[in-house]
Design a protein around this ligand. Sequence first.
Ligand SMILES: NC(=O)c1ccc[n+]([C@@H]2O[C@H](COP(=O)([O-])OP(=O)(O)OC[C@H]3O[C@@H](n4cnc5c(N)ncnc54)[C@H](OP(=O)(O)O)[C@@H]3O)[C@@H](O)[C@H]2O)c1
Length: 265
Amino acid sequence: MGRTIVITGGTSGIGLGLARHYAQAGDQVVAVGSSEAGGRRLREEVPQAHFVRSDLSSVNQTRDLVERLSAEYPAIDALVLAAFRFNPSRIRTDEGFEHTFALYVLNRWLMAEGLREPMGKAPAPVIVNLCGAGQGGRIHWDDLQLEANYRGATATMQGAKASELLGMAYADERVKYVLYNPVFVATSLHEPFKQPLRGVVRAVSALFAQPVAKAVPPIAALIDRPPAEPLTAWKKSKPIDLAVDAKQARRFEQTVRELASASTG
Ligand SMILES: NC(=O)c1ccc[n+]([C@@H]2O[C@H](COP(=O)([O-])OP(=O)(O)OC[C@H]3O[C@@H](n4cnc5c(N)ncnc54)[C@H](OP(=O)(O)O)[C@@H]3O)[C@@H](O)[C@H]2O)c1
């Protein structure tokens, strides 16, 4: 049998492109998304893939998903973290977190941590975190939930920096952690915006963004032949150096761990 590839956000954009790629290669693909519409799209376009519906902005639903995946798939070869939504205005989740922080930070940490065991059983396991690595985001230590001054871009940049720190804190010799910044790919980027901005984003994306079919092969190459180093960072197919402080990474990971465990329902 082929490998098992779990893709959060595997029902649209780059995640869907990767789902198609691996399903066609004969691998077992598990694609997670929050909407039934996404599930329908996956079933139509990639009928071989398994769809799991879960709202990954919820700590409790993420924990249930991790439990379910661990029970159903004893070995997981690749975990692709691609679930994301840009929120122009601040959204508070039912568990009390700012939505971008919940989906981009807490979910990605919980998935990587929670699946250590099944990933450890695969021959060459790899986590690919699709994010804005190397774009200079920062952690707002005094207001992680951005209550005082929310902007969608600020939340997104904080999530990108968080990915770098959590990637560094993950540090596993066997399970390689890859931070991959696809830079600008034509997906559903325009959807969260209202007109007329929506039309502008769609037009700019049609003109300048890379098509999904071109974005997939360099990511697949890293999944098929994981780098030797525990943590690497890439902008498109070029390796980049990250200025990540190990002490800050440990401190951030501890903070995320505490926030996640405080929200066990
Ligand atoms: N496209 C780019 O130019 C670009 C640039 C830099 C980084 N990236 C990164 O690449 C990754 C993929 O981006 P994309 O543009 O391909 O994304 P996309 O087309 O917008 O797809 C996002 C995916 O996330 C899922 N999702 C959103 N909210 C969710 C939730 N609460 N629970 C579960 N799933 C959820 C969506 O499914 P549902 O709607 O059904 O939930 C969908 O499958 C993201 O991590 C993004 O940060 C993209």
